[in-house]
Design a protein around this ligand. Sequence first.
Ligand code: ZN
Ligand code: ZN
Length: 183
Amino acid sequence: MPFSHDTERALAETAALVNTVGLDGDTLVTLADFDDLLARYPYSGAIRRTPQELESVRALRPRLRKFWAVADRDEAAVLVNQILAEADARPYLARHDEWDWHLHVTRPDAPLADRIAAEAAMAFLDLVRADELGRLRICAAADCADVLVDLSKNSSKRYCDTGNCGNRTNVAAYRARKRLQSA
Ligand SMILES: [Zn+2]
Ligand SMILES: [Zn+2]
């Protein structure tokens, strides 16, 4: 199940964007938050850094999160097609900077939210095609609803990357066992 580097990167970026809003609040509210996100996940092409652009990127989150909740491939395929159409995706090959020929999905001057959405849709498209939507999971920690992408070979990833959820859950389980033993 090897996916292309582009697909893996887009899935990680999409999960990170979706996870900016969660049970513990919203970390993509201000333009400073926006700068932080753009520093962590540099998107190529034009970035206007306006309140409108931020708002359109924030609005993508519930739409992209839907992929973690689809019932089946058919539903995911419909979502992929909708997003590609709305983002006016027109794939073409590009070669720039140190990068050899690779796929671009939208023009570099297209709105940032459209570019992010189209790249995410292309990555989900790969998961649909390979019948690997099961790689999209919700964190197993009881107090976390963040999304994760499991690209491990044995499909064993259960916790998100954002909140140290695996350790926290193990510590809680350890304490619960201790309490039982000392009761
Ligand atoms: Zn490029
Ligand atoms: Zn988590």
